[in-house]
Design a binder for this molecule. Structure first.
Ligand SMILES: Nc1ncnc2c1ncn2[C@@H]1O[C@H](COP(=O)(O)OP(=O)(O)OP(=O)(O)O)[C@@H](O)[C@H]1O
Ligand SMILES: [Mg+2]
Length: 333
C-alpha cells in the first residue's frame, strides 16, 4: 500500500509519517519509509542522530543506477539517459517489491529500527536527498522526487505491506504524476486558513485522477479547532491529532516507548491504517498504468523529448499493465 503524507510546511507531515511508520513497525509489517520532503527530517524523526541522517544515501544522486536497474531489458528504453522520471515500465522492465532485496535498496536504503519501538520490526528508509535552489526552479527534470516517482511506477506492492512517503504538497508533485501514485493520501493540516488553502488546492488537482485524499487535522486543541476543520473539510476530515507530549519529548531527544504515546493518538493511527487498508478495494492497476502513461506523454512533450533528443512517447508499451503477480505457492501442493 502506497501512503503519502502531504501538507503545508510545518503542518506535521514528518511527525505523523514517523508515528505511522512506528505504528506499522510495532506490528512487524513490512515498511519502506521515504523522505521526499524539501526539508529532510524523516530520518531524525525515526530516531537517527543528525550525523546518521546526513549520511543517508541520496536517491537523487543515484538516479543513473536506479534507471539502469529498472529498465532491465525493456527494448523500448534505449538507454538510462533517455529514461525520465515518468518513463513507464514495459515488457522487460524490472519491477520492485517491498520485501525483496534489490540493487536499488542496496544503493539507497538503510535499515532502521524506529526509536521507541524496540520490539518492532526494522523498516527500510530511503531519502531523496536535500533539495537545492536549482531543484525548486522551473526545470522539473532536476527534480529529486523523480527518483521516487520512478520507483513507485515500478513497484508491485500488496496488501499489508507499506510504502510511506513524507512529501510536500508543492507544485513539483503536480507537474509530474507523483500525486496520483498513492492508494491513500493523508493531507496533514493545522486548523488554519493556510492549512485549508493547501487542502483545497490539493483537492482541486486530485479531483480528475481518483486520488483518495483524507485530511488529518494536527495540533488540534478543543472544539473550536474541530468545528473549523469540519466546516472546511467536511467528510474529507478523517481524524484529528492533538498536541502530543510524546512528540515534544522526542523533539528534545528523549524518545519514550511508543506504547506511551497518548491513547487518542494511537487511536488516530489505527484509524489511518484501517482507512489505508480499506483503499485496497479501490485499487485499479489499469488506471494506475494509464495515469503514468498520461503523465509520461505530458512530460515528454513539455520538456523530455527536447532534453533527451528522443521521441519518448515510443517508450510506452501499449500492452503492459503493472499488476501484482499471483502469489506462488511456497511448496508444491
Ligand atoms: N501533534 C503534535 N504535537 C506536538 N508537536 C507536534 C505535533 N505535530 C507536529 N509537532 C511539532 O511541530 C513541528 C513541525 O512538525 P513537522 O516537522 O512534522 O512538520 P512538517 O510538515 O514535516 O514540516 P516541514 O514542512 O518543515 O517538513 C515539529 O517541531 C514537531 O515536533
Ligand atoms: Mg517535514
Amino acid at each position: 500500500m502506497k501512503i503519502a503524507f502531504v501538507g503545508k510546511g510545518g503542518s506535521g507531515k514528518t511527525t505523523l509519517s514517523s508515528l505511522f511508520v512506528r505504528h506499522l513497525a510495532a506490528q512487524h509489517l513490512p515498511v519502506v519509509a521515504v523522505d521526499a520532503d524539501i526539508n529532510q527530517h524523516l530520518g531524525v524523526a525515526l530516531g537517527l542522530d543528525e550525523e546518521e541522517a546526513a549520511a543517508l544515501p541520496a536517491m537523487g544522486a543515484r538516479l543513473p543506477l536506479i534507471k539502469e536497474y529498472l529498465r532491465g531489458t525493456n527494448p523500448r528504453i534505449a538507454s538510462a539517459e533517455t529514461m525520465i522520471k515518468t518513463t513507464p515500465p514495459g515488457e522487460g522492465s524490472r519491477l520492485l517489491r517491498i520485501t525483496e532485496d534489490n540493487p536499488v535498496y542496496d544503493a539507497c536504503a538503510r535499515r532502521v529500527r524506529p526509536g521507541g519501538v524496540p520490539d518492532g520490526g526494522d523498516v527500510r528508509l530511503l531519502a531523496t536527498g536535500p533539495f537545492t535552489e536549482a531543484d525548486l526552479g522551473v526545470a522539473c527534470y532536476h527534480s529529486k522526487v523523480g527518483a521516487v516517482e520512478l520507483c513507485l511506477n515500478h513497484l508491485v506492492d500488496g496488501r499489508g505491506e507499506f510504502v510511506v512517503v513524507d512529501m510536500t504538497a508543492g507544485s513539483d508533485s503536480f507537474a509530474s504524476g507523483m500525486f496520483t501514485r498513492f492508494d491513500m493520501t493523508f493531507l496533514v493540516a493545522e486548523p488554519t486558513r493556510k492549512g485549508m488553502a493547501v487542502y483545497r488546492q490539493y483537492k482541486e488537482y486530485a479531483r480528475d485522477y481518483d486520488v483518495q485524499l483524507r485530511v488529518v487535522g494536527n495540533k488540534v486543541q478543543g472544539q473550536d479547532d474541530l468545528d473549523f476543520l469540519h466546516a472546511e473539510a467536511g467528510d474529507d476530515l478523517l481524524v484529528t491529532v492533538g498536541h502530543s507530549d510524546w512528540v515534544r519529548a522526542m523533539e528534545k531527544g528523549r524518545v519514550r516507548p511508543f506504547s506511551e504515546l497518548e491513547d487518542a493518538n494511537h487511536k488516530a493511527l489505527r484509524m489511518m491504517q484501517e482507512t489505508a487498508d480499506a483503499s485496497y478495494g479501490l485499487r485499479d492497476w489499469e488506471r494506475y498504468t494509464r495515469q503514468m502513461v498520461h503523465f509520461h506523454l505530458k512530460n515528454a512533450e513539455s520538456w523530455g523529448n527536447a532534453k533527451t533528443g528522443a521521441d519518448l512517447a515510443a517508450q510506452v508499451d501499449p500492452a503492459f499493465v503493472l499488476r501484482e503477480e499471483p502469489v506462488r505457492a511456497s511448496r508444491p501442493v
